[in-house]
Write a protein that binds this ligand. Structure first.
Ligand code: ADP
Ligand code: MG
Length: 474
């Protein structure tokens, strides 16, 4: 699946000229991030890292990823409503993983009290890599589905004109015209707007719940802008603000500084470091409220690695999506091998297999945000240490996906221009809205291609490993 610019990669002068154009185009188009030195100020900003050239993506797999997105939306939504399934699936995990346990306790507490929320909004991103099989044909394999704070739906739309410009400069106008338009933030905002409308208080606001450190603010502003353009007010607050100034009124309506909040859009709250005791209390307050949470805590739990692993068991998808055999088949076709490390014979066997051949697997804890998974020698060492202890149940094992690398240049501020062997990961944004039992919106809202050098096993754009890219369909 080579892209038609292998010639360019061997022409250092052309690359240098194109890279200078690319960086200026990125700044002009708003492919922006705040700096590490000043993550909470916009006085000095930089371009978000991106590839010099678009990466080749097999058209067939790209279409397959879009075609299964509505199925994944239905699946995540079904899991979030299935108390027994979440309870059973997470039982072993919450005994050893404190973070998942705390989320789970809030989930239970909210259910015991009875849900005040009746409109549900899901924004997720299903991530895939292109596994290179023995005969050299690539297959679409899901890495994971992100059900909370799935990012880069804003910035990704802006790499298209940048890459178009680069290709034109390199004399490839024909190829430039074939890059697909892509604007996930519009679809994300449509979902938020729909949920806001169904909530039914025209004066209520949408609250973006944001992190203390806000380097990726421009990505979020893209979604905000779409909402302001629809005359929907947006406020940005942190957990700390909610703890200090949030309250519940009649019917558990949520108020911040006296303003009613219709929708809470989390770009925060997905890793343990986001929480201290006050933040946990703030999270509980939000979850108890009538406001539409994107996601509600059940949907966040539906995105755990443990749930992903249980979905791959024969019969599980069928029981979660009864009467939807075609959707089940489309979903299952994207699964890589996933294995439980629960105590017992099944877990013992796979742990031994992974210790014997660590290069075949990835060991994953219940964490998000990149940089947590274990590979190769490290996988072996950790698994050897925990193989006989219940601690192993906080992890799952997954078959390692092995994509075919391709050459590209990764453009980063203050970094030398050098060619790298790279692999790419495709994400599809899913958006859905449910009112009571009725699904009123279910769409695929766009895509994100991220590319990294092969020497990095793990990590996303925010973690400084992967960079933004644009697919060139082949
Ligand atoms: P996180 O929630 O931390 O983002 P992921 O499951 O997405 O965790 O894994 C992080 C990164 O690790 C992915 O972006 C991918 O590059 C790599 N990775 C994850 N699972 C696999 C796998 N099965 N095979 C190969 N690489 C993987
Ligand atoms: Mg990920």
């Amino acid at each position: 699946m080579a892209a038609p610019w292998e010639d360019v990669l061997r022409d250092p002068l052309a690359v240098r000229e194109a890279a200078a154009v690319a960086v200026d185009a990125a700044l002009l188009e708003g492919v922006l991030m705040r700096t590490e030195a000043e993550p909470n100020a916009s006085d000095v900003v930089n371009f978000a890292p991106f590839t010099l050239l678009p990466s080749a993506v097999p058209r067939r797999l790209f279409q397959q990823a879009y075609a299964v997105q509505q199925d994944f939306n239905l699946l995540v939504d079904a899991i979030s409503q299935n108390r027994q399934f979440l309870e059973r699936t997470l039982a072993s995990t919450i005994k050893v993983d404190d973070f998942t346990a705390r989320l789970f306790r809030i989930h239970m507490q909210v259910l015991e009290e009875g849900l005040a929320q009746s409109v549900f909004l899901g924004i997720n991103r299903s991530d895939y890599m292109f596994d290179c099989g023995p005969e050299g044909t690539a297959a679409l394999k899901q890495v994971e589905i992100n059900t909370i704070a799935a990012s880069f739906g804003g910035l990704t739309s802006r790499t298209v004109p940048v890459h178009q410009r680069v290709l034109k400069v390199l004399g490839k106008s024909q190829e430039a015209s074939q890059l697909l338009p892509n604007n996930p933030s519009e679809g994300l905002a449509l979902g938020i707007a729909k949920a806001w409308q169904l909530y039914g208080s025209p004066s209520a606001v949408v609250m973006f719940l944001v992190e203390e450190v806000q380097r990726n603010i421009f990505d979020q502003r893209c979604v905000e802008n779409e909402l302001w353009n629809r005359n929907i007010r947006v406020i940005r607050r942190r957990f700390r603000d909610v703890f200090e100034k949030g309250s519940l009124g009649e019917g558990r309506r949520l108020y911040m500084d006296g303003q009613e909040v219709a929708v809470v859009y989390y770009r925060e709250g997905y890793v343990p470091k986001n929480y201290d005791q006050q933040n946990w209390e703030a999270r509980l307050l939000l979850e108890r409220s009538r406001a539409v949470k994107c996601p509600d805590i059940a949907t966040q739990l539906a995105g755990t690695k443990k749930v992903q692993q249980e979905l791959s068991r024969p019969g599980t998808l069928e029981s979660l999506l009864p009467g939807r055999a075609e959707a089940v088949a489309r979903i299952r076709a994207t699964f890589a091998g996933l294995y439980s490390l629960d105590m017992g014979a099944e877990g013992d066997k796979i742990a031994a297999a992974a210790i014997a051949d660590p290069g075949r697997f990835v060991l994953k804890p219940q964490r998000e945000g990149g940089g947590n998974n274990l590979y190769d020698e490290e996988l072996k060492q950790v698994l050897e240490k925990i193989r006989d202890s219940p601690e192993r149940t906080s992890y799952i094992l997954m078959d390692k996906i092995k994509p075919q690398p391709a050459l590209n240049y990764l453009l980063r501020a203050h970094s030398p221009l050098q060619v790298s062997e790279c692999i790419s990961e495709l994400g599809i944004f899913g958006v859905y809205v449910r009112q009571g039992k009725e699904m009123v919106l279910n769409t695929a809202a766009g895509h994100l291609l991220r590319t990294k050098a092969i020497e990095h096993a793990d990590g996303g754009v925010a973690a400084g490993v992967a960079v933004l890219d644009t697919p060139y369909l082949v």
